[in-house]
Design a protein around this ligand. Structure first.
Ligand SMILES: [Zn+2]
Ligand SMILES: [Zn+2]
Length: 481
């Protein structure tokens, strides 16, 4: 947005011509392919475009050719050191060391689209549902790799293929994400899929893998029980437990509505949850302490309860639960009085403000909250935001110990940037016999669709249906109070 003076003529131009010359110019000079390649090489978008402009190139191939001809050193600001760095990066056979990450839901969408286009399957960290994936791969089957790699090169998400060798290619997206394509022969597809899925530590333990057409056959020939991708972090050869599955869930125990910072109303959220096949959905809006968004005080909670009652009459036998996401105050007390919490069906407690407390204080604060008998579950227990904020200093093992005494559940929050508890923490909780809640923390109807992320994270923590509270029927949830 420019100043009023600057933007008016442009606005008029847009109205009169349906176009803004300046925008067109910018579009012409910014090649998404160069930006993607630049990110892959560790350059900012601006710098990649500057260098491209100075070289008079617009495509990744032209950039590469200019670099090999030694023309990079003619670009202002590119000294011999930078030139060497870029040449090394261009020559690198493997994706760059510095990991490029996408949040898991975007990574799934990206690879699903490419795999669907090529008739392949997704692999890498993304297939294992790793929370901050760093390897992105698609495995296809075909006698002849050339045509499939050509098609990969033309895929709208791929701006440049930076490596192409035999049955393998690496393409880069506009965000600079390197996607590896492996074209296996039909006879070795299972083997290549398992290799590309990883983890490296897991696969290496079973090499040499037999060359077979499908993955279950790899396991059969190795004499191992099949292992779901979510558990392939460290090698083990016992039969894995029967992990939680999405259809095991009877409801979602954490969502927001327009009463706080959600985008849909109580009725619309309930209707959407009913359409997902759930029996119940807990409405858990924020309390006042959260401040950055609207929160509910005691009167609001009671008024919302009336709306929920009226809505339930329309949606029965589906049930909206009267819940709250109650802030845990810095001293460990809760942001609503006990007599209000007592009337609710489901109480999530969470830390939102004051997350920099030292470990002892933070732990005391959380323990105090879960000792409150009205608290059903601790929401996003560690408070981490993937790529943005480290986990709170919290003695999680102590929290698990006390949760076992108090019968408090721990949440696996399915927001793509939270996934909290994370896999290894889920496993600690499951081993301690602590009930887990997989929830979406949806702030919109669409947000309810993030449940697969929570389920996969729970699976990575070895959770079975019996470990998860919201696999239980409605009556069992109500009986917890
Ligand atoms: Zn929250
Ligand atoms: Zn929430």
């Amino acid at each position: 947005m420019g100043s009023a003076r600057g933007s008016k003529p442009r606005l008029r131009e847009l109205v009169e011509t349906g176009d803004i010359a300046e925008l067109r110019e910018l579009e012409d000079s910014v090649s998404p392919e160069l930006v993607g390649l630049g990110r892959y090489l560790g350059l900012s978008a601006k710098r990649a475009v500057e260098i491209g402009r100075a070289l008079g190139v617009r495509t990744a191939a032209e950039f590469r050719a200019a670099a090999t001809e030694g023309r990079l050193r003619t670009v202002p600001g590119v000294g011999p050191k930078t030139e060497q760095k870029l040449l090394d990066a261009l020559a690198r056979p493997e994706p760059p060391k510095r990991p490029r990450t996408l949040l898991l839901h975007r990574a799934r969408a990206l690879l699903d689209a490419i795999a669907a286009d090529l008739g392949g399957e997704i692999a890498g960290d993304v297939r294992r549902w790793k929370d901050a994936p760093e390897t992105f791969a698609v495995v296809c089957r075909g006698e002849h790799a050339g045509a499939i790699i050509d098609r990969f090169e033309r895929h709208p998400q791929i701006v440049a293929v930076v490596e192409r060798e035999g049955r393998r290619a690496i393409g880069v997206t506009v965000e600079g994400i390197p996607v590896e394509l492996v074209v296996a022969t039909p006879q070795t597809f299972g083997t290549e899929l398992m290799r590309a899925t990883g983890s490296a530590a897991y696969v290496d333990a079973f090499e040499p893998l037999p060359s077979v057409a499908d993955e279950p056959s790899v396991y059969r020939q190795l004499g191992l029980p099949y292992c779901p991708p979510e558990l392939r972090e460290r090698p083990f050869s016992d039969a894995p437990p029967e992990l939680l599955e999405l259809p095991d869930l009877r409801g979602d125990l954490h969502c927001h509505t327009t009463w706080s910072d959600g985008r849909a109303g109580v009725y619309d959220m309930g209707l959407a949850a009913r359409e997902l096949g759930y029996d119940y959905l807990a409405v858990c809006d924020h309390t006042l302490n959260v401040r950055v968004v609207p929160g509910l005080g005691p009167d609001d909670v009671r008024r919302q309860g009336e709306e929920i009652d009226a809505t339930n009459a329309r949606l029965a036998p589906f049930r909206l639960l009267k819940g709250i996401e109650c802030d845990i105050l810095p001293d460990g007390t809760l942001d609503l009085p006990d007599d209000v919490l007592r009337e609710l069906d489901w109480v999530m407690a969470s830390v939102h403000a004051g997350q920099r407390q030292p470990r002892a204080e933070m732990t005391r604060r959380v323990l105090e909250a879960i000792r409150n008998p009205h608290v059903s579950a601790l929401s996003h227990p560690t408070g981490r935001l993937i790529n943005h904020r480290p986990p709170n200093a919290l003695d999680l093992e102590r929290v698990i110990e006390v949760a076992r005494e108090t019968g408090t559940a721990l949440e696996v929050n399915g927001l793509p940037d939270r996934l909290d508890l994370r896999d290894e923490h889920v496993r600690l909780a499951v081993e301690a016999g602590i009930p887990i809640v997989t929830s979406t923390d949806a702030h919109s109807v669409r947000g309810l669709g993030n449940m697969p992320l929570a389920v996969a994270t729970a699976r990575r923590g070895w959770a079975t249906a019996a470990d998860v509270v919201n696999t239980r029927p409605l009556e069992a949830i109500l009986a917890l109070r």
